[in-house]
Design a protein around this ligand. Structure first.
Ligand SMILES: Nc1ncnc2c1ncn2[C@@H]1O[C@H](COP(=O)(O)OP(=O)(O)OP(=O)(O)O)[C@@H](O)[C@H]1O
Length: 360
């Protein structure tokens, strides 16, 4: 075995999934089944167990309705040994263990998986907050330092906002100090990462067969050199609004398709293509950083994609040591095929080909 592999996934009281352990081989596992069968839930559970990441609005939505706690366990083969990653989720809290030892969620191997799904199109159509979250989640996975600085910066913004709301003009000097120090570090980290991300995303976008070039632009509300002065200048407005109106928490990662902003002009398929190029760039960066390709989780592989883009996904899945791919139809080239039904997953054969009806 080579690379990072999810050898088994265990779920208990996780959304609609039946309590079970599923074993996964190296190569591509294809999971197909009808809408609502639990395919997305399975990938979400795997992603949470592997990376500790979830974008669920509240942890309790992950717990099977009517239960108090949910549990996921990933058996991960990495660097020649097996480790057991366990996450328990309940109302507003989670516990994480690696090989039985309690750890913080951030200590899970964050470079271990990439999740590609149709909802990624929201990176194109959604507001700046979604793109910032994408960028910061990726940077946090590449650098634990970024995760720490970001958390401290966000606390600092929240405290400063409370001060602004309370009209504490006199205290702003102190808040500005920490905001500028932390914010400057975030801006510099983002600038460095975005230049590489932009290169990779543009390359991937071209490889996806799109005639229009993709360009990424970090749109900043201030700069490291002018942050302090800008804050001073906007202070009256900030006191009036009770909010910090500039800084990395207000920046955007603009996406341009050809000459136009992608958010306003991209078609559904073009948006999915841009999102695919971004996710593949995420995979490339994690692979560069950790020197091994992550496990690839692909949800609903055929949604909104034409044959050329589907082929890109087929090739991508085949290029990594392990991929788990879901869809409403069988994924070509899978070494294991599972049929999803009502939260269960059983080995399946390809559906028998139907004889072609010939009408006289
Ligand atoms: N906390 C929960 N408890 C019980 N059931 C849940 C919970 N959260 C979601 N579900 C249900 O899980 C079911 C499966 O959802 P999932 O998104 O995994 O389906 P899917 O197989 O990916 O379908 P599609 O092909 O439509 O994307 C849905 O019917 C959903 O209502």
């Amino acid at each position: 075995m080579a690379g990072v592999l999810l050898t088994a996934l265990t779920t208990l009281n996780y959304r609609n999934l039946e309590a079970a352990t599923l074993n996964f081989p190296a190569g591509v596992t294809g999971i197909w089944g009808q809408n609502g069968a639990g395919k997305t839930n399975l990938l979400e559970a795997a992603y949470l167990a592997l990376t500790g990441l979830t974008d669920a609005p509240r942890l309790e939505v992950l717990v099977r309705a009517g239960e108090r706690e949910g549990y996921v366990r990933a058996d991960l083969y990495q660097g020649g040994s097996l480790s057991v990653l366990e996450t328990g989720v309940g109302r507003g809290r989670r516990t994480t263990r690696v090989d039985g030892v309690r750890v913080r969620g951030q200590e899970l191997p964050r470079g271990s998986a990439v999740w590609i799904r149709p909802e990624d199109s929201e990176l194109v159509y959604g507001g700046p907050a979604l793109r910032r979250a994408f960028l910061d989640a990726l940077l946090s996975r590449l650098s634990p330092r970024h995760a720490q600085v970001l958390a401290r910066y966000e606390r600092s913004v929240a405290q400063r906002n409370a001060g602004l709301k309370a009209g504490e003009d006199w205290a702003m000097g102190v808040w500005d100090e920490s905001l500028v120090t932390l914010g400057t570090e975030i801006m510099l980290l983002r600038r460095r990462a975005v230049s590489r991300l932009a290169e990779l995303a543009a390359e991937n976008h071209a490889a996806l067969g799109s005639g229009k070039p993709l360009r990424l632009e970090l749109l900043e509300t201030t700069t490291p050199d002018t942050f302090r002065a800008d804050l001073g200048r906007r202070r009256p407005e900030e006191l009036r609004r009770g909010a910090t109106v500039l800084g990395p928490h207000r920046d955007d990662l603009r996406l341009h398709l050809g000459d136009f902003p992608a958010s306003d002009y991209a078609s559904r398929g073009e948006a999915r293509t841009i999102a695919l190029a971004l996710r593949k760039a995420e995979l490339d960066l994690l692979q560069e950083r950790y020197a091994e390709p992550p496990i690839l989780l692909i949800d609903d592989f055929s949604a909104e994609l034409d044959p050329q883009r589907r082929q890109f996904l087929l090739d991508l899945a085949a290029s990594v040591p392990q991929a788990i791919v879901t869809g409403t139809e069988a994924f070509p080239g899978a070494v294991l095929e599972l049929r999803a039904h009502g939260g269960t997953f059983r080995p399946a054969r390809h559906p028998e080909p139907q004889p072609t009806q010939v009408h006289a």
